[in-house]
Design a protein around this ligand. Structure first.
Ligand code: ZN
Length: 226
């Protein structure tokens, strides 16, 4: 069960610490919906930028980020966003442990979670993540269901915000009166709303699912560990 004995929880997970997170956070705060933001502390600077479609996406400078993300959770996304499964042990450990240390210092909060960069991992990466003190870590494959993940270091989200089933799933979740706890876990990158010119997707989703008495609005960590 979640906060106040609720049987349903919603949590969001957004990656890469990009400029568009400012607009996303403003929307989420307006609806009192909470998220976890997965940050690459080794490249978290305005100088780190990449092209997506016609949009030049930029990460944000660190200054001001603790204030921006206040009320939300910060989680590991590795130092530099590599394919972790291609690295040797020391490099994997450095990518995860050092990101955790940096994020705890920058944000002044305990960091216990992760989103795998590119959503990729193998058993070896999972075991190192565990060694580094991480308690949950997410991939990018939609489950389209609301079951509570059993293996928290290799769980998959309910869906991405671009999923054509997004609103249908939200309606189903809203109507559900489950006997066992259920979790709606949404993920994405906020820059995609600019690239796809579809900010209305997250606005509509939030409007539909927010402010319901039987849903707890949680960060990832709150959803899994209270
Ligand atoms: Zn990423």
């Amino acid at each position: 069960m979640f906060t106040n004995g609720k049987m349903k929880a919603l949590t969001l997970s957004y990656d890469d610490g990009v400029e568009q997170d400012r607009r996303l956070v403003a929307i989420l705060n307006r609806y009192a919906i909470k998220a976890t933001f997965n940050i690459n502390s080794g490249i978290q600077t305005g100088a780190s930028s990449f092209q997506k479609g016609t949009v030049q996406v930029r990460r944000m400078n660190v200054a001001g980020l603790p204030e921006l993300y206040r009320g939300h959770e910060i989680a590991v996304h590795s130092l530099t966003h590599p394919h972790l499964e291609n690295l040797d042990d020391d490099a994997i450990r450095n990518e995860l442990a050092q990101d955790k240390i940096n994020l705890e210092r920058i944000f002044g909060q305990k960091v216990c979670g992760m989103a795998y960069p590119f959503g990729t991992f193998n058993d070896h990466v999972i075991s190192i993540a565990k060694d580094c003190g991480l308690r949950y870590a997410r991939g990018v494959v939609s489950t389209h269901d609301f079951g509570i993940p059993q293996k928290l270091l290799e769980f998959q989200p309910t869906c991405h915000h671009k999923d054509p089933l997004l609103l249908e799933l939200a309606e189903k979740f809203i109507k559900s009166k489950p006997a066992e706890p259920e979790l709606f876990y949404l993920w994405g990158h906020s820059y995609e709303f600019d690239v796809d010119n579809n900010w209305q997707v997250i606005e509509e989703f939030c409007k539909l699912i927010a402010n319901r008495d039987d849903i707890a609005y949680c960060t990832n960590g709150e959803a899994f560990f209270g």
